[in-house]
Write a protein that binds this ligand. Structure first.
Ligand SMILES: Nc1ncnc2c1ncn2[C@@H]1O[C@H](COP(=O)(O)OP(=O)(O)OP(=O)(O)O)[C@@H](O)[C@H]1O
Ligand SMILES: [Mg+2]
Length: 266
């Protein structure tokens, strides 16, 4: 069995539709029979247009949403069979990095307190010097100068804030990182720095990652394998380069043609 296995996952939402005269309940199949395997240390790129179900799939993997049916296995353990209490404990193993690091960081907490809080989730009894040493190590790992640890999020640029969010995600020593559009809000020049950092972290710590983006160009840059999602289903899956150079599904071809091309002389 692969490190992370999704088997026939379905997550449906019920929505009241129709008119008040004939109320009918609609089912939204946000995740519709998804099966995927991800090996340890692998980066899976999950790509697809807005509303296709990428975030719902990632929330289901983490059991923030319980699936309508199907199973999630991490390291041979079925997460879908766990009680809510057990799931809460396991959730430390999954950390997320979001699109907007400013919204996801508490503006009233210094970088020090932000990372300290995240370390304490895993090591509640840690204190003093050991905490500080860990914070310094984490800041160095993500390319931040530890001298700025007493500053607040608003004192940093977008790229630096995303580094802080990555340090916070690493602090509880997760097994799996789900990065949901982590570079979409950043300048192109900063995007590649953050992508390189994530790749480096994968190499150094054998981290397993699901990297979500609507941009196939970005996903190709970082992912080992790519899964293309369309209306709740995985319509294409394979090695990143082969999906990129030899797409099978019409939807993937359309995504590819949407990547802006620079003129050859530029
Ligand atoms: N809590 C919810 N209740 C009802 N419907 C939901 C809920 N969350 C998501 N949906 C619906 O499920 C579908 C998939 O949404 P989801 O947010 O997973 O897409 P996405 O691929 O992450 O989109 P985006 O790229 O815009 O973030 C959409 O039709 C959305 O409206
Ligand atoms: Mg989303």
């Amino acid at each position: 069995m692969a490190y992370l296995e999704l088997r026939n996952l379905q997550t449906h939402f019920r929505k009241n539709g129709g008119s008040i005269f004939s109320p009918k309940v609609e089912t939204i199949r946000a995740v519709d029979d998804v099966s995927l395997s991800i090996e340890k240390g692998e980066i899976l790129g999950l790509v697809g247009e807005s509303g296709c179900g990428k975030s719902t799939l990632s929330r289901t993997v983490m059991q923030l949403l319980r699936p309508t049916s199907g199973e999630v296995f991490l390291n041979n353990e079925s997460l879908t069979d766990l009680s809510s209490i057990e799931v809460r404990k396991r959730r430390l193993d999954f950390q997320m990095i979001f699109q907007d690091p400013y919204a996801s960081l508490n503006p009233r907490m210094t970088i020090f307190s932000t990372i300290e809080e995240a370390i304490k989730q895993r090591h509640p009894l840690i204190k003093g010097k050991e905490t500080e040493e860990r914070i310094i190590r984490l800041m160095e790992t993500v390319g931040l100068d530890p001298a700025v640890m007493k500053k607040y999020p608003h004192e940093f640029s977008g790229g630096q804030r995303q580094r802080i969010a990555i340090a916070r995600a690493l602090a509880p020593e997760p097994k799996l990182i789900i990065a949901d559009e982590p570079v979409s809000a950043l300048d192109v020049s900063i995007q590649s720095q953050i992508l390189n950092l994530l790749r480096q972290l994968r190499d150094d710590y054998q981290l397993t990652m699901i990297f979500i983006s609507h941009d196939l160009g970005v996903v190709r840059y970082i992912a080992d394998r790519i899964a293309v999602m369309y209306r709740g289903k995985i319509v294409e899956y394979g090695e990143a380069e082969s999906v990129f150079h030899n797409p099978q599904h019409d939807y993937t071809k359309r995504l590819l043609s949407a990547i802006p091309k620079l003129p050859a002389t530029a």
